[in-house]
Ligand binder design. Sequence first.
Ligand SMILES: Cc1cc2nc3c(=O)[nH]c(=O)nc-3n(C[C@H](O)[C@H](O)[C@H](O)COP(=O)(O)OP(=O)(O)OC[C@H]3O[C@@H](n4cnc5c(N)ncnc54)[C@H](O)[C@@H]3O)c2cc1C
Length: 436
Amino acid sequence: MSGVLQPVQSWGRLSRERHRVVVLHDRHRVAETLRASTLPGIAYGNGRSYGDVCLNPGGTLWLTRGLDRFIAFDAEAGIIECEAGVLLKEIIDVALPRGWFLPVVPGTQFVTVGGAIANDVHGKAHHVAGSFGDHVLAFELVRTDGTVLHCSREENPGWFQATVGGLGLTGIITRARLRLRRVQGPWLDAETIPFDSLQRFFELSAESTRQFEYTVAWIDCVSGGAGRGVFFRGNHAVRRDHPPARRARTLALTPPVSLVNGLSLRLFNRFYYAMQRARRGRAEQHYLPFFFPLDNLLQWNRMYGPRGFYQYQSVVPPAAAPEATRQMLREISASGLGSLLAVLKTFGDRPAPGMLSFPMPGTTLALDFPNGGERTLKLFDRLNAIVLEAGGRLYPAKDACMPRELLESGYPRLQEFLRYRDPGLSSALSRRLLGH
Ligand SMILES: Cc1cc2nc3c(=O)[nH]c(=O)nc-3n(C[C@H](O)[C@H](O)[C@H](O)COP(=O)(O)OP(=O)(O)OC[C@H]3O[C@@H](n4cnc5c(N)ncnc54)[C@H](O)[C@@H]3O)c2cc1C
């Protein structure tokens, strides 16, 4: 049996179990490699999922970062074709100097094209651009029985919809064709607006969607359910100059305990709010700090110490959003378990490209929590009850512990999706939530 046994983690670093790791280099040999595997496997892109969607302890992990070639770039039409292990950063580096940008980017550029499709990732532009899958024109999917499928909205449309947001469970994506969007340069006209109540957040969201392509808010979840925070909005600017590249720093060591605790949370939230208040107003901002502020400190996930951390991301429908968000913030504040990176955003009313795509019309709240064992899981039980009652759903890309009930209630196309599952693929998440 090929592959090397080694411990693998996801971004949340909650576990470190051994996997049989097989590196994929040659897209023409992927079918042969998958057919030869005796253990069920799953693709591992760049491991930027927080929970267990990209893990398969005891089984095979097919590492896709070796599938890193560009295949074609039509610089007139803005269409790029590449292998699935290419990072979004690598696409931006090639496309931006030619006047193109990805229409949807998540909060880090260090994710692969395959990972972005499999989780149908979203960014700050959902209300105008939808999710990543909306800009995927076609891809090639290899099944573990060696079948190769070409998928697009016209060819194998069922496979297309099952694989976009399909959590890696329908096959391995080897290559994809993506549509880009025109930009003048690397700058954004950005605006920073502090707010002091949740109601104000909803007003700002509503008034910004028509005029601003990008909207997102940070919320102080330590200061109670009032909901003070900072709203960020922006559009691509016409300025074209490229500033000299900045080197990111790295958090080189994992501290013995989490640096995120009650005291540091209170201090950080107070400091961050004060800093953003001082920056209020309009400014030109480079795309790196605007879209990917966390990429400036590589391996920042180590600051949560050896026990790792959870991310909890929900979305609740518009009518329930104000009250459900208020209740969640109140529960979090009362639990004493705050979050540094609490992000609030409104998704637009757009049909999702994938059967299990996470975005739906409503408000999404994403929070990081140090792994505090039972105490943290009890808080999640209370948050889950609020999400369930509100008719919302949780994001599997971030998840490590949602109950099956919440997956079933949140994803009405789950049964349809299951018809497309590849029986040779399995992940820790699929075993936890789907039984195999
Ligand atoms: C700092 C930070 C910010 C983030 N912000 C956002 C955000 O704003 N919005 C958002 O939506 N997400 C966000 N994420 C989550 C991240 O975008 C997703 O988890 C993304 O899918 C990770 O991609 P990856 O290449 O690392 O894939 P992995 O995490 O390695 O894998 C993710 C899934 O994709 C599957 N997969 C990977 N490659 C392939 C392939 N070739 N074929 C088939 N399946 C494949 C895996 O099996 C797994 O199910 C953020 C993550 C971080 C760390």
